[in-house]
Design a protein around this ligand. Structure first.
Ligand code: GLY
Length: 314
């Protein structure tokens, strides 16, 4: 039994080009399964990092200084090993750097300049992660802010609401013959303070994997960290909950305690899965036993309302 589930972030467009890349990502994970559950999760996330449509790798949102600073992590539920990078710049695939941290160092998290130095030492070449589109959004937002006007953009995406394009973290959970892995990658939030790190590289906050399940969260990172939501999902499954019920309960808890936007994907060692979110959209692709599940949609939970002006659904 194998399950590969990938997500493209809350408030992300569900238009065909986005779904197409998400499906390619899940199928890339499937193709890599013969190399192991962790490799499958890494390969799936790399596809999303390589696409300018998503807020990870090339296409990441910019911070207040106009730079891309990215977070990524991987966790092997089988061994309990974790690897992550935070506030890393100028690499195409932060998720692969996180894998090297897990596989080739005694550490779990490398940040900033140290993470970049480590990436170069492992052969990751300098790479531009700033798309012309994101640079334009940043310039507009900064100029509006300079005139004392609201930026008028989605903080998860850096994109104006009416563009209908929105992005956040991307992530993947894998369950293969009882072995579990999780991987996640993000450019974080638009106009964040330089050095800000979200939930993506925080074990138990935005990601967790054990011998029971693999969990990846997305949304307002600070809320996921403070509520340890990924670990909470794992503990619900430890107490016998189905992954779908666990994802929904965790979203209700998050909305209740922090009124924060978010989404969760989870797979367990029995090959069951679940997914819930409380935003307008949360595109997910699912492959079960080698086959794409065409009609899969995550469960929407009430509890968070966008404060953004009304616009077309992304
Ligand atoms: N969930 C992504 C972040 O807050 O950075």
């Amino acid at each position: 039994m194998s399950v590969i589930m990938v997500h493209g972030g809350v408030e992300t467009s569900t238009a065909p080009p986005y779904i197409k890349v998400l499906r390619e990502s899940a199928l890339a994970g499937l193709n890599a399964l013969s190399s192991g559950h962790l490799k499958a999760a890494e390969e799936a996330v790399r596809v999303l990092e390589n696409s300018p449509l998503f807020n990870a790798g090339y296409g990441s949102v910019l911070n207040l200084d106009g730079q891309v600073e990215m977070d990524a992590s991987v966790m092997d539920g089988e061994t309990g090993r974790f690897g992550a990078v935070a506030a890393v710049r100028d690499v195409s695939n932060p998720v692969s750097v996180a894998c090297r941290v897990l596989e080739e160092t005694p550490h779990v998290l490398l940040a900033g300049d140290g993470a970049i130095k480590f990436a170069r030492s492992r052969g990751f070449p300098p790479a531009n992660c700033v798309t012309p589109e994101m640079m334009e959004m940043w310039r507009k937002a900064v100029s509006l802010a300079g005139r004392g006007e609201a930026a008028g953009v989605n903080l998860f995406t850096g994109m104006p609401e009416e563009r209908g394009q929105a992005c956040d973290t991307v992530g993947c959970v894998v369950s293969h013959r009882g072995r579990l892995a999780a991987a996640s990658s993000t450019g974080g939030s638009f106009l964040k303070l330089p050095g800000r790190v979200g939930d993506t590289p925080v074990i138990g906050g935005g990601i967790f994997a054990s011998r029971r399940c693999a969990v990846v969260c997305t949304g307002l990172g600070e809320a996921f960290i403070e509520t340890l939501t990924a670990k909470y999902v794992d503990s619900l499954i430890a107490h016998g909950r189905h992954p779908q019920e666990a994802a929904e309960k965790a979203m209700v808890r998050l909305a209740g305690s922090r009124r924060a936007p978010g989404g969760i994907i989870v797979a367990d060692s029995r090959g069951r899965w679940g997914s819930a979110y409380n935003t307008r959209t949360f595109p997910v692709a699912l492959v079960v036993d080698g086959k794409l599940v065409e009609d899969f949609t995550p469960r929407k939970i009430q509890g968070w309302k966008s404060s953004l002006p009304k616009g077309p659904t992304p």
